[in-house]
Design a protein around this ligand. Structure first.
Ligand code: MN3
Length: 247
């Protein structure tokens, strides 16, 4: 039994998972990564979004990134996203309580913009350090599989990140179902996604999904969508994600 498998099984036991389930899980390379907890935490105990402390002193990245930039970036910009996100969440709660969804599109956009801002900055601070650290064998394996080599990754990531149109991010991501690494550009923070959120239920509202039958009546199609949801699959997706225990 490999170290990875032992680590996982131990964790699986802690989570109360059966051996069969653990055996299934370890067949995917990503799940051999020991469970990571408390890295990239975005909330406090109560579930409220909070600004994480910097994992280093604000001058630690000198001379590459200066102290003043780090302080303004973290204390002002990142803090602003956290406040904006909490505000959007409370406005959405109000909408649910009053059954008034007149400006739900606005608050969804605010939640997405500020949420992605909060989450990406949390990842950013935690993936920076004055001491570079070493890549794991597993990460190198995935780099080789996905891009050919680490050197190609560096060239590709540099090119894609430099070429982001306007403000945004270069992102190295693990594609859950496809089991590979991908490099993405994000314009602004979000484009209506939230980077650490993984879909478990989706409804296609492109016109091709409903137009022949519903024409312009998208709301009717969405109402009827609720007659068709496979909640077992949705529940299973949630269970799969909870088993990753990355909270
Ligand atoms: Mn920023």
């Amino acid at each position: 039994m490999s170290m990875d498998k032992r680590t996982f099984l131990k964790t699986g036991a802690l989570l109360g998972l059966g051996a069969t389930f653990a055996d299934n899980i370890i067949s995917s390379p990503v799940n051999q990564i020991p469970v990571l907890s408390n890295i990239d935490k975005v909330t406090d105990q109560t579930g409220k979004y909070v600004l994480p402390e910097l994992p280093f002193k604000s001058d630690a990245l000198e001379p590459f990134i200066d102290k003043q930039t780090v302080e303004i970036h973290h204390d002002k910009h990142h803090a602003g996203y956290v406040n904006g996100l909490n505000n959007a969440v409370s406005k959405i709660k109000e909408a649910n309580a009053s059954n008034d969804y007149a400006i739900i599109k606005y608050w969804e956009k605010e939640m997405s913009f500020n949420g992605s801002g909060h989450f990406l900055h949390t990842l950013y601070w935690n993936n920076l350090s004055a001491s570079k650290g070493k890549r794991s064998k597993k990460l190198d394996e995935y780099m080789n599989q996905s891009f050919g080599s680490y050197d190609v990754f560096v060239k590709y990531f540099t090119a894609a990140t430099t070429a982001v149109e306007g403000a945004g991010w270069g992102i190295l991501a693990y594609q859950l179902n496809g089991d590979r690494l991908v490099i993405l550009q994000s314009e602004i923070h979000q484009n209506l996604s939230q980077w650490i959120s993984v879909p478990i239920l989706v409804c296609d509202v492109w016109e091709h999904a409903y137009y022949l039958k519903y024409q312009n009546k998208r709301g009717e199609y969405v109402n009827n969508f609720f007659n068709l949801i496979n909640w077992e699959i949705v529940s299973q997706r949630l269970d799969n994600l909870l088993s990753l225990n990355v909270k």
